[in-house]
Design a protein around this ligand. Sequence first.
Ligand code: DX5
Length: 236
Amino acid sequence: RPPTAISPSILSSDFARLADECERMVRLGADWLHVAVMDGHFVPNLTLGAPIVKSLRRHTPAFLDVHLMVTNPAQWFQDFAAADASMYTFHLEAAAGGADALRAGPAGAAGEAGIPAVHDLIAAVKAAGMLCGITVKPNTPVELLLPYVQSVDMVLVMTVEPGFGGQSFMPAMMDKVRFLRSRFPDLYIEVDGGLAPDTIQQAAAAGANAIVAGSAIFGAADPRAVIQQLRAAVDA
Ligand code: DX5
């Protein structure tokens, strides 16, 4: 299993003090900062874009783990590369032209080989100088990621329906994490949604090594202790 990364989600931060909040998280032990980018189309929420990341980068050297919950991830990767994002994680459902397009045919739109546009986007993100992640929503079968796993730097398994913080962890998603970890022992597997001291054990046992947490960390009386608890569970 690759090194543990605890990635506080800035969606739960005070956006009016974003740079201070990011510096605070790093001081409290965060390995990465999870930047939830939402366009109001792919998910029913609207957050921030590359200009904010560009400004944020002037205040922190931290690893910016950017998660694109947007309809057209191919449209934005250059802007985020120019903003010095560290990792660019996009939704398979979006890159494939929507969840329906993805499901066409017995094993998804293009079966074993995968969808050319998805392969092209992965290559373009990496050519732009960022690490590349790919992610699926809860209702999308994890098998549809198989054609791309060897090309990406990370797979993000959503453990809530994307769009908002503070939702409940979906234990059924651990089947996806186990499926990936059993086949790809060295793969970065991130989980996002409802991770907290009371749910981290399941994710750690399933094989996740990168942990996104928003409300559990930003809402805690002692965020440092929560970050330590999450890390300890994964490292155990
Ligand atoms: C949800 C975002 C998550 C969210 C997690 O769509 O991708 O990063 O901020 O928040 P919690 O940890 O509160 O579920």
